[in-house]
Design a protein around this ligand. Structure first.
Ligand SMILES: Nc1ncnc2c1ncn2[C@@H]1O[C@H](COP(=O)(O)OP(=O)(O)O)[C@@H](O)[C@H]1O
Ligand SMILES: [Mg+2]
Length: 223
């Protein structure tokens, strides 16, 4: 079981000229492993993640989440599959401001098909050091605390896949390492992890490593 794209292409326009943000990319995100895509800013990493999650439809190529083919589905059906299958840690702060951390997590669980068992969830809440922050509103959290809360939220739905866009961006090494430990545990529990990054510490912990340049993807390390 995996999330897989074959020969996907996504074009955008800049100053009247079309260019390929994602150019003929085939990639597989298997369960049980950490797959990392690295590359310079603007190389197409976020566009690729969004295509694999069914948020953007490519011009060419196919995407499968397990045995479901995405591009041919209606928006609503794609949203449903994504909600059930993928826990997402977006690049930007994404907790809902009017809700506490606990309420944000509960809301995420209600969207997804099922919820992580309470014992597992309590483990991650403790491991990522947010147990004292559960009844706090996001506006009073630091950047690192918000990221850790967003990771717990993504994990809380008990999805088969976790996607994170620059999960350690702007974090101190200790926070970054805690987050990577949590992703490793999730992979060991059988989940497929996709991380987009230009942090070399994240690269080091990849099972499978790809580099993106001008929309092209090359494999650097196979695990
Ligand atoms: N909606 C969009 N419309 C036009 N250009 C876009 C859009 N989204 C991204 N791009 C462009 O596509 C390229 C790849 O973007 P992105 O996938 O965000 O790169 P990365 O995540 O590697 O920084 C960049 O040149 C970016 O400006
Ligand atoms: Mg990006």
């Amino acid at each position: 079981m995996s999330i897989e794209s074959v020969n996907i292409t996504k074009e955008y326009e800049r100053r009247g000229k079309t260019f390929r943000a994602v150019d003929d990319v085939s990639i597989s995100i298997p369960r049980g492993k950490i797959t990392v895509v690295t590359g310079n800013s603007g190389s197409g990493k976020s566009t690729l993640l969004n295509i694999l999650a069914g948020m953007i439809v490519p011009e060419n190529g196919t995407v499968h989440i397990d045995d479901v083919e995405l591009p041919c589905l209606k928006n609503k059906e794609r949203d449903k599959i994504r909600g059930e299958k993928i826990g997402i840690v977006p690049q930007v702060q994404s907790l809902i401001g009017g809700l506490t951390v606990r309420e944000n997590i509960k809301l995420q669980q209600s969207f997804s098909g099922g919820a992580a068992d309470e014992e597992r969830l309590a483990f991650y809440i403790k491991d990522l050091g947010i147990e004292d922050l559960m009844d706090v509103f996001p506006s009073s959290l630091s950047g690192g605390e918000m990221k850790r809360a967003a990771v717990v939220r993504a994990i809380s739905g008990d999805h088969d896949y976790i996607f994170a866009d620059e999960p350690t961006g702007e974090l101190d090494p200790e926070n970054a390492s805690r987050i990577m430990d949590a992703f490793r545990k999730q992979a060991d529990e059988g989940k497929g992890i996709l991380l987009i990054t230009h942090d070399s510490h994240v690269e080091e912990r990849a099972d499978i490593l790809y580099r993106m340049e001008n929309g092209h993807l090359t494999e650097e390390k196979v695990g």
